[in-house]
Design a protein around this ligand. Sequence first.
Ligand code: PLP
Length: 450
Amino acid sequence: TSPDLAADAQVRADDRAHVFHSWSAQALIDPLPVAGGEGATFWDHAGNGYLDFSSQLVNLNLGHQHPDLIAAIQRQAGELATIQPAMANGTRGELARLISEVAPEGFSKVFFTNGGADANENAVRMARLVTGKRKVLAMYRSYHGNTSTAITLTGDPRRWANEPADASVVHFFGPYAYRSAFHASSEEEETARALQHLEQTIILEGASTIGAIILETVVGTNGVLVPPPGYLPGVRALCDKYGIVYIADEVMVGFGRIGEWFAIDAFDVAPDLITFAKGVNSGYVPLGGVVISDAIASHFDTVTFPGGLTYSGHPLACAPGIATFEVFRRDGILERVRDLGERVVGPRLHEMAEKHPSVGEVRGRGLFWAIELVRDRETREPLVPFNAAGADAAPMAAFAAACKKAGLWPFTHFNRVHVAPPLVISEEDLVRGLDIIDEALAVADEAAAA
Ligand code: PLP
Protein backbone atom coordinates (compact mmCIF):
# COMPACT_ATOMS: atom_id res chain seq x y z
CA THR A 1 0.00 0.00 0.00
CA SER A 2 1.11 3.58 -0.60
CA PRO A 3 2.50 5.45 2.37
CA ASP A 4 0.32 8.03 4.11
CA LEU A 5 2.70 9.92 6.34
CA ALA A 6 0.07 12.41 7.51
CA ALA A 7 -2.05 9.55 8.84
CA ASP A 8 1.05 7.99 10.39
CA ALA A 9 1.83 11.23 12.23
CA GLN A 10 -1.77 11.71 13.41
CA VAL A 11 -2.09 8.15 14.73
CA ARG A 12 1.22 8.45 16.53
CA ALA A 13 0.30 11.83 18.02
CA ASP A 14 -3.09 10.70 19.35
CA ASP A 15 -1.65 7.47 20.64
CA ARG A 16 1.30 9.05 22.43
CA ALA A 17 -0.84 11.82 23.92
CA HIS A 18 -3.92 9.86 24.95
CA VAL A 19 -3.60 6.08 24.89
CA PHE A 20 -2.35 4.46 28.07
CA HIS A 21 -0.78 1.14 27.07
CA SER A 22 -0.68 -2.27 28.79
CA TRP A 23 2.41 -3.56 30.61
CA SER A 24 4.50 -0.50 29.75
CA ALA A 25 6.35 2.49 31.07
CA GLN A 26 4.44 4.96 28.95
CA ALA A 27 7.34 7.22 28.02
CA LEU A 28 9.56 4.33 26.93
CA ILE A 29 7.40 2.82 24.19
CA ASP A 30 6.87 3.55 20.51
CA PRO A 31 3.80 1.59 19.32
CA LEU A 32 3.66 0.81 15.62
CA PRO A 33 0.71 2.58 13.96
CA VAL A 34 -1.09 -0.13 12.01
CA ALA A 35 -3.18 0.84 9.00
CA GLY A 36 -4.65 -2.50 7.94
CA GLY A 37 -4.27 -6.21 7.55
CA GLU A 38 -5.28 -9.20 5.53
CA GLY A 39 -4.75 -12.86 6.35
CA ALA A 40 -1.31 -13.36 7.85
CA THR A 41 -0.07 -9.87 6.95
CA PHE A 42 -0.56 -6.38 8.34
CA TRP A 43 0.89 -3.03 7.29
CA ASP A 44 1.67 0.35 8.72
CA HIS A 45 0.92 3.82 7.33
CA ALA A 46 4.47 4.20 6.10
CA GLY A 47 4.13 1.46 3.50
CA ASN A 48 5.82 -1.39 5.38
CA GLY A 49 4.17 -4.81 5.44
CA TYR A 50 4.76 -7.47 8.08
CA LEU A 51 4.16 -11.18 8.06
CA ASP A 52 2.60 -11.80 11.46
CA PHE A 53 4.34 -14.74 13.15
CA SER A 54 2.69 -13.88 16.42
CA SER A 55 -0.97 -13.81 15.30
CA GLN A 56 -1.17 -10.51 17.22
CA LEU A 57 -1.33 -11.94 20.76
CA VAL A 58 -1.72 -15.50 19.50
CA ASN A 59 -5.40 -14.84 19.02
CA LEU A 60 -5.71 -14.11 15.31
CA ASN A 61 -6.11 -17.76 14.33
CA LEU A 62 -8.06 -17.11 11.13
CA GLY A 63 -6.00 -14.06 10.18
CA HIS A 64 -7.01 -10.48 9.54
CA GLN A 65 -10.28 -9.58 7.80
CA HIS A 66 -11.50 -13.12 7.20
CA PRO A 67 -14.54 -12.58 4.95
CA ASP A 68 -16.69 -15.19 6.73
CA LEU A 69 -16.07 -13.69 10.15
CA ILE A 70 -16.65 -10.14 8.91
CA ALA A 71 -19.90 -11.19 7.20
CA ALA A 72 -21.11 -12.90 10.38
CA ILE A 73 -20.51 -9.75 12.43
CA GLN A 74 -22.22 -7.58 9.83
CA ARG A 75 -25.20 -9.93 9.63
CA GLN A 76 -25.55 -10.02 13.41
CA ALA A 77 -25.18 -6.24 13.67
CA GLY A 78 -28.02 -5.83 11.19
CA GLU A 79 -30.22 -8.28 13.08
CA LEU A 80 -29.62 -7.56 16.78
CA ALA A 81 -26.47 -5.80 17.93
CA THR A 82 -26.77 -6.64 21.62
CA ILE A 83 -28.97 -8.32 24.20
CA GLN A 84 -28.40 -8.69 27.90
CA PRO A 85 -27.28 -12.07 29.25
CA ALA A 86 -30.39 -12.96 31.25
CA MET A 87 -32.33 -13.36 27.99
CA ALA A 88 -31.94 -16.28 25.62
CA ASN A 89 -30.42 -15.55 22.23
CA GLY A 90 -30.09 -17.82 19.21
CA THR A 91 -26.54 -16.81 18.30
CA ARG A 92 -25.28 -17.27 21.84
CA GLY A 93 -27.07 -20.60 22.22
CA GLU A 94 -25.78 -21.93 18.91
CA LEU A 95 -22.17 -21.11 19.75
CA ALA A 96 -22.52 -22.69 23.21
CA ARG A 97 -23.85 -25.85 21.55
CA LEU A 98 -21.04 -25.94 18.97
CA ILE A 99 -18.40 -25.53 21.69
CA SER A 100 -19.85 -28.23 23.90
CA GLU A 101 -20.03 -30.58 20.91
CA VAL A 102 -16.23 -30.41 20.46
CA ALA A 103 -15.50 -30.55 24.20
CA PRO A 104 -14.93 -33.93 25.89
CA GLU A 105 -17.99 -36.03 26.61
CA GLY A 106 -19.95 -34.77 29.59
CA PHE A 107 -19.38 -31.07 28.97
CA SER A 108 -22.74 -29.53 28.04
CA LYS A 109 -22.63 -25.94 29.27
CA VAL A 110 -20.68 -22.78 28.53
CA PHE A 111 -20.40 -19.64 30.65
CA PHE A 112 -19.34 -16.78 28.36
CA THR A 113 -16.97 -14.04 29.49
CA ASN A 114 -15.26 -11.06 27.84
CA GLY A 115 -11.85 -12.70 27.56
CA GLY A 116 -9.39 -15.17 29.05
CA ALA A 117 -8.66 -13.60 32.43
CA ASP A 118 -12.29 -13.46 33.50
CA ALA A 119 -12.78 -16.99 32.16
CA ASN A 120 -10.10 -18.20 34.59
CA GLU A 121 -11.47 -15.97 37.33
CA ASN A 122 -14.91 -17.58 36.98
CA ALA A 123 -13.55 -21.10 36.61
CA VAL A 124 -11.73 -20.71 39.91
CA ARG A 125 -14.86 -19.28 41.48
CA MET A 126 -16.85 -22.33 40.34
CA ALA A 127 -14.20 -24.71 41.68
CA ARG A 128 -14.16 -22.97 45.06
CA LEU A 129 -17.93 -23.00 45.34
CA VAL A 130 -18.29 -26.64 44.33
CA THR A 131 -15.50 -27.99 46.54
CA GLY A 132 -15.86 -25.55 49.42
CA LYS A 133 -12.03 -25.29 49.29
CA ARG A 134 -10.30 -22.02 48.54
CA LYS A 135 -6.66 -22.68 47.68
CA VAL A 136 -5.58 -22.95 44.04
CA LEU A 137 -2.37 -24.50 42.72
CA ALA A 138 -0.87 -22.96 39.58
CA MET A 139 2.39 -23.41 37.71
CA TYR A 140 5.50 -21.32 37.67
CA ARG A 141 6.08 -20.26 34.06
CA SER A 142 2.45 -19.61 33.22
CA TYR A 143 0.15 -16.76 32.28
CA HIS A 144 -3.52 -16.75 33.22
CA GLY A 145 -4.60 -13.12 32.82
CA ASN A 146 -4.68 -9.71 34.41
CA THR A 147 -7.62 -9.71 36.87
CA SER A 148 -6.87 -10.19 40.55
CA THR A 149 -7.06 -13.97 40.87
CA ALA A 150 -5.80 -14.57 37.31
CA ILE A 151 -2.69 -12.42 37.78
CA THR A 152 -1.97 -14.18 41.06
CA LEU A 153 -2.28 -17.55 39.33
CA THR A 154 0.21 -16.30 36.76
CA GLY A 155 3.66 -17.78 37.24
CA ASP A 156 5.69 -15.09 35.50
CA PRO A 157 7.02 -11.65 36.46
CA ARG A 158 3.79 -9.90 35.56
CA ARG A 159 2.50 -11.17 38.91
CA TRP A 160 5.21 -9.59 41.01
CA ALA A 161 4.01 -5.99 41.15
CA ASN A 162 0.43 -7.13 41.73
CA GLU A 163 0.98 -9.29 44.78
CA PRO A 164 -0.76 -10.27 46.92
CA ALA A 165 -4.01 -9.99 45.02
CA ASP A 166 -5.32 -13.40 46.06
CA ALA A 167 -3.65 -14.92 49.08
CA SER A 168 -4.93 -18.42 48.33
CA VAL A 169 -2.66 -19.26 45.39
CA VAL A 170 0.37 -21.58 45.57
CA HIS A 171 2.79 -22.19 42.70
CA PHE A 172 4.47 -25.45 41.70
CA PHE A 173 6.95 -26.54 39.02
CA GLY A 174 5.67 -28.20 35.89
CA PRO A 175 7.67 -30.42 33.54
CA TYR A 176 10.29 -28.64 31.42
CA ALA A 177 12.81 -31.25 30.34
CA TYR A 178 15.30 -28.77 28.81
CA ARG A 179 15.61 -26.92 32.13
CA SER A 180 14.46 -29.64 34.48
CA ALA A 181 13.69 -28.53 38.03
CA PHE A 182 13.95 -32.21 38.96
CA HIS A 183 17.40 -33.17 37.63
CA ALA A 184 15.64 -35.63 35.36
CA SER A 185 17.61 -37.12 32.49
CA SER A 186 14.73 -38.47 30.42
CA GLU A 187 11.17 -37.46 29.60
CA GLU A 188 9.81 -40.38 31.62
CA GLU A 189 11.81 -39.29 34.64
CA GLU A 190 10.67 -35.68 34.16
CA THR A 191 7.01 -36.78 34.11
CA ALA A 192 7.36 -39.01 37.15
CA ARG A 193 9.27 -36.46 39.22
CA ALA A 194 7.03 -33.54 38.22
CA LEU A 195 4.04 -35.59 39.37
CA GLN A 196 5.78 -36.55 42.62
CA HIS A 197 6.52 -32.86 43.22
CA LEU A 198 2.90 -31.95 42.56
CA GLU A 199 1.66 -34.65 44.91
CA GLN A 200 4.06 -33.52 47.62
CA THR A 201 2.85 -29.95 47.15
CA ILE A 202 -0.75 -31.11 47.54
CA ILE A 203 0.07 -33.10 50.67
CA LEU A 204 2.11 -30.32 52.27
CA GLU A 205 -0.39 -27.58 51.39
CA GLY A 206 -3.23 -29.80 52.60
CA ALA A 207 -5.56 -31.52 50.17
CA SER A 208 -8.46 -30.41 52.36
CA THR A 209 -7.62 -26.77 51.52
CA ILE A 210 -7.14 -27.07 47.74
CA GLY A 211 -10.12 -26.46 45.46
CA ALA A 212 -8.42 -26.37 42.08
CA ILE A 213 -5.30 -26.94 40.04
CA ILE A 214 -5.04 -24.77 36.96
CA LEU A 215 -2.62 -25.26 34.11
CA GLU A 216 -2.17 -24.33 30.50
CA THR A 217 -2.45 -27.54 28.47
CA VAL A 218 0.58 -26.40 26.50
CA VAL A 219 2.30 -23.53 28.33
CA GLY A 220 2.08 -20.59 25.92
CA THR A 221 3.86 -17.28 26.43
CA ASN A 222 6.19 -18.81 29.01
CA GLY A 223 7.79 -21.20 26.59
CA VAL A 224 5.58 -23.45 24.41
CA LEU A 225 6.13 -26.21 26.94
CA VAL A 226 4.45 -29.30 25.55
CA PRO A 227 3.65 -31.68 28.43
CA PRO A 228 5.50 -34.99 28.22
CA PRO A 229 3.43 -38.17 27.78
CA GLY A 230 1.60 -39.12 30.94
CA TYR A 231 1.89 -35.80 32.74
CA LEU A 232 -1.64 -34.47 32.22
CA PRO A 233 -3.28 -37.86 32.91
CA GLY A 234 -1.15 -37.89 36.07
CA VAL A 235 -2.51 -34.48 37.08
CA ARG A 236 -6.02 -35.79 36.42
CA ALA A 237 -5.37 -38.78 38.68
CA LEU A 238 -4.07 -36.56 41.49
CA CYS A 239 -7.12 -34.31 41.20
CA ASP A 240 -9.37 -37.38 41.47
CA LYS A 241 -7.41 -38.76 44.40
CA TYR A 242 -7.56 -35.53 46.41
CA GLY A 243 -10.95 -34.11 45.38
CA ILE A 244 -9.51 -31.20 43.42
CA VAL A 245 -11.04 -29.54 40.34
CA TYR A 246 -8.77 -29.66 37.26
CA ILE A 247 -8.98 -26.43 35.23
CA ALA A 248 -7.41 -26.53 31.76
CA ASP A 249 -6.52 -23.03 30.54
CA GLU A 250 -6.92 -23.30 26.77
CA VAL A 251 -7.08 -19.57 26.14
CA MET A 252 -4.02 -19.63 23.89
CA VAL A 253 -3.95 -23.23 22.64
CA GLY A 254 -7.65 -23.93 22.13
CA PHE A 255 -9.32 -23.55 18.74
CA GLY A 256 -6.69 -24.97 16.49
CA ARG A 257 -3.32 -23.64 17.61
CA ILE A 258 -1.89 -27.16 17.94
CA GLY A 259 -4.29 -28.75 15.45
CA GLU A 260 -7.07 -29.72 17.89
CA TRP A 261 -10.28 -28.02 18.92
CA PHE A 262 -9.04 -28.27 22.49
CA ALA A 263 -5.39 -29.11 23.11
CA ILE A 264 -6.34 -31.64 25.80
CA ASP A 265 -7.55 -33.88 22.95
CA ALA A 266 -3.91 -34.47 22.04
CA PHE A 267 -3.04 -35.64 25.56
CA ASP A 268 -5.76 -38.11 26.38
CA VAL A 269 -7.20 -36.31 29.33
CA ALA A 270 -10.44 -34.63 30.37
CA PRO A 271 -10.33 -31.80 32.93
CA ASP A 272 -13.33 -30.53 34.92
CA LEU A 273 -13.36 -27.01 33.50
CA ILE A 274 -11.89 -25.65 30.26
CA THR A 275 -11.29 -21.95 29.75
CA PHE A 276 -11.04 -20.42 26.28
CA ALA A 277 -10.92 -17.03 24.52
CA LYS A 278 -8.71 -15.71 21.67
CA GLY A 279 -9.07 -18.27 18.84
CA VAL A 280 -12.79 -18.88 19.49
CA ASN A 281 -13.48 -15.95 17.14
CA SER A 282 -9.91 -14.80 16.39
CA GLY A 283 -10.50 -11.87 18.72
CA TYR A 284 -12.58 -9.94 16.21
CA VAL A 285 -14.88 -9.05 19.11
CA PRO A 286 -13.78 -9.79 22.71
CA LEU A 287 -15.01 -13.20 23.88
CA GLY A 288 -13.97 -15.89 26.32
CA GLY A 289 -15.62 -18.50 28.46
CA VAL A 290 -15.65 -21.58 30.63
CA VAL A 291 -16.77 -24.97 29.33
CA ILE A 292 -18.28 -26.73 32.33
CA SER A 293 -18.41 -30.46 33.02
CA ASP A 294 -21.86 -31.73 33.87
CA ALA A 295 -20.82 -32.67 37.41
CA ILE A 296 -19.92 -29.06 38.14
CA ALA A 297 -22.73 -27.52 36.10
CA SER A 298 -25.32 -29.59 37.96
CA HIS A 299 -24.15 -28.15 41.30
CA PHE A 300 -25.62 -24.86 40.07
CA ASP A 301 -28.95 -26.38 38.98
CA THR A 302 -30.54 -25.37 42.24
CA VAL A 303 -27.81 -23.23 43.79
CA THR A 304 -27.36 -19.72 42.36
CA PHE A 305 -24.10 -19.07 40.52
CA PRO A 306 -22.92 -15.77 42.01
CA GLY A 307 -21.29 -14.23 38.94
CA GLY A 308 -22.14 -12.38 35.74
CA LEU A 309 -21.08 -9.82 33.14
CA THR A 310 -23.13 -7.31 31.16
CA TYR A 311 -21.62 -8.62 27.92
CA SER A 312 -21.68 -12.36 28.69
CA GLY A 313 -22.41 -14.11 25.39
CA HIS A 314 -22.54 -10.89 23.38
CA PRO A 315 -24.13 -11.71 20.01
CA LEU A 316 -21.60 -9.64 18.04
CA ALA A 317 -18.84 -11.77 19.59
CA CYS A 318 -20.67 -15.09 19.28
CA ALA A 319 -21.55 -14.63 15.59
CA PRO A 320 -17.92 -14.81 14.38
CA GLY A 321 -17.49 -17.73 16.80
CA ILE A 322 -20.12 -19.69 14.88
CA ALA A 323 -18.44 -18.66 11.62
CA THR A 324 -15.14 -19.93 13.04
CA PHE A 325 -16.62 -23.43 13.35
CA GLU A 326 -17.89 -23.26 9.76
CA VAL A 327 -14.52 -22.12 8.41
CA PHE A 328 -12.53 -24.66 10.43
CA ARG A 329 -14.71 -27.49 9.09
CA ARG A 330 -15.03 -26.30 5.51
CA ASP A 331 -11.33 -25.51 5.11
CA GLY A 332 -9.93 -28.40 7.15
CA ILE A 333 -8.04 -26.02 9.44
CA LEU A 334 -7.16 -28.59 12.12
CA GLU A 335 -5.73 -31.04 9.57
CA ARG A 336 -3.85 -28.19 7.88
CA VAL A 337 -2.27 -27.08 11.16
CA ARG A 338 -1.12 -30.61 12.00
CA ASP A 339 0.26 -31.08 8.49
CA LEU A 340 2.14 -27.75 8.38
CA GLY A 341 3.54 -28.34 11.84
CA GLU A 342 4.82 -31.83 11.08
CA ARG A 343 5.88 -31.35 7.49
CA VAL A 344 7.11 -27.74 7.34
CA VAL A 345 7.74 -26.01 10.67
CA GLY A 346 9.12 -28.86 12.80
CA PRO A 347 11.71 -30.11 10.27
CA ARG A 348 12.81 -26.59 9.38
CA LEU A 349 13.29 -25.56 13.02
CA HIS A 350 15.27 -28.71 13.75
CA GLU A 351 17.45 -27.84 10.78
CA MET A 352 18.00 -24.36 12.27
CA ALA A 353 18.93 -25.98 15.58
CA GLU A 354 21.67 -27.95 13.79
CA LYS A 355 22.95 -24.92 11.99
CA HIS A 356 22.87 -22.10 14.55
CA PRO A 357 25.03 -22.32 17.67
CA SER A 358 22.65 -19.93 19.49
CA VAL A 359 19.74 -22.37 19.25
CA GLY A 360 19.54 -24.47 22.41
CA GLU A 361 16.27 -26.26 21.76
CA VAL A 362 13.30 -26.14 19.42
CA ARG A 363 9.98 -27.58 20.50
CA GLY A 364 6.30 -27.36 19.68
CA ARG A 365 3.35 -28.80 17.88
CA GLY A 366 0.97 -27.67 15.14
CA LEU A 367 1.54 -23.97 14.48
CA PHE A 368 2.93 -23.34 17.94
CA TRP A 369 6.71 -23.57 18.38
CA ALA A 370 9.51 -22.08 20.41
CA ILE A 371 13.17 -21.59 19.60
CA GLU A 372 15.13 -21.25 22.81
CA LEU A 373 18.26 -19.14 22.37
CA VAL A 374 21.36 -19.73 24.49
CA ARG A 375 24.85 -18.32 24.93
CA ASP A 376 26.29 -21.77 25.26
CA ARG A 377 24.71 -25.06 24.23
CA GLU A 378 26.63 -26.99 26.86
CA THR A 379 25.67 -24.90 29.89
CA ARG A 380 22.33 -23.85 28.33
CA GLU A 381 22.86 -20.34 29.69
CA PRO A 382 20.01 -18.31 28.16
CA LEU A 383 20.96 -15.72 25.54
CA VAL A 384 19.45 -13.08 27.82
CA PRO A 385 18.69 -13.45 31.56
CA PHE A 386 15.20 -14.31 32.83
CA ASN A 387 12.97 -11.22 32.69
CA ALA A 388 15.76 -9.23 31.01
CA ALA A 389 15.02 -5.59 30.13
CA GLY A 390 16.96 -2.69 28.65
CA ALA A 391 20.63 -3.37 27.89
CA ASP A 392 20.38 -6.93 29.23
CA ALA A 393 17.75 -7.73 26.61
CA ALA A 394 19.73 -6.17 23.75
CA PRO A 395 20.58 -9.44 21.92
CA MET A 396 16.89 -10.38 21.70
CA ALA A 397 15.96 -6.84 20.66
CA ALA A 398 18.58 -7.00 17.90
CA PHE A 399 17.20 -10.35 16.72
CA ALA A 400 13.63 -8.96 16.68
CA ALA A 401 14.79 -5.83 14.83
CA ALA A 402 16.47 -7.99 12.16
CA CYS A 403 13.18 -9.91 11.68
CA LYS A 404 11.15 -6.70 11.41
CA LYS A 405 13.57 -5.19 8.96
CA ALA A 406 13.08 -8.21 6.73
CA GLY A 407 9.27 -7.92 7.00
CA LEU A 408 8.44 -10.39 9.75
CA TRP A 409 6.72 -9.52 13.03
CA PRO A 410 8.11 -12.03 15.55
CA PHE A 411 6.88 -13.11 18.97
CA THR A 412 9.80 -12.88 21.38
CA HIS A 413 9.73 -13.47 25.12
CA PHE A 414 12.84 -13.49 27.32
CA ASN A 415 15.36 -15.73 25.47
CA ARG A 416 12.84 -17.29 23.10
CA VAL A 417 11.25 -16.65 19.76
CA HIS A 418 7.92 -18.33 19.17
CA VAL A 419 6.48 -19.34 15.83
CA ALA A 420 2.71 -18.77 15.98
CA PRO A 421 1.38 -17.49 12.66
CA PRO A 422 -2.30 -17.37 11.75
CA LEU A 423 -3.56 -20.87 10.94
CA VAL A 424 -4.57 -19.70 7.46
CA ILE A 425 -1.06 -18.62 6.47
CA SER A 426 -0.09 -19.87 3.01
CA GLU A 427 2.66 -22.45 2.88
CA GLU A 428 4.69 -20.03 0.80
CA ASP A 429 4.45 -17.28 3.43
CA LEU A 430 5.18 -19.77 6.19
CA VAL A 431 8.40 -20.80 4.47
CA ARG A 432 9.29 -17.17 3.77
CA GLY A 433 8.83 -16.32 7.44
CA LEU A 434 10.98 -19.27 8.50
CA ASP A 435 13.64 -18.12 6.01
CA ILE A 436 13.64 -14.70 7.69
CA ILE A 437 14.01 -16.24 11.15
CA ASP A 438 16.81 -18.47 9.86
CA GLU A 439 18.68 -15.43 8.57
CA ALA A 440 18.02 -13.31 11.65
CA LEU A 441 19.44 -16.07 13.85
CA ALA A 442 22.87 -15.01 12.56
CA VAL A 443 22.40 -11.96 14.81
CA ALA A 444 21.76 -14.24 17.80
CA ASP A 445 24.75 -16.41 16.87
CA GLU A 446 26.95 -13.33 16.89
CA ALA A 447 25.59 -12.18 20.26
CA ALA A 448 26.15 -15.65 21.70
CA ALA A 449 29.74 -15.67 20.47
CA ALA A 450 30.48 -12.18 21.80
N1 PLP B 1 -4.60 -17.57 29.71
C1 PLP B 1 -3.64 -17.71 28.79
C2 PLP B 1 -2.99 -19.03 28.61
C3 PLP B 1 -3.29 -16.63 27.97
O1 PLP B 1 -2.32 -16.78 27.06
C4 PLP B 1 -3.94 -15.39 28.17
C5 PLP B 1 -3.60 -14.22 27.34
O2 PLP B 1 -2.58 -14.16 26.69
C6 PLP B 1 -4.93 -15.29 29.15
C7 PLP B 1 -5.24 -16.40 29.90
C8 PLP B 1 -5.66 -13.99 29.40
O3 PLP B 1 -6.53 -13.71 28.39
P1 PLP B 1 -7.10 -12.22 28.18
O4 PLP B 1 -5.93 -11.36 27.85
O5 PLP B 1 -8.11 -12.38 27.09
O6 PLP B 1 -7.75 -11.82 29.46
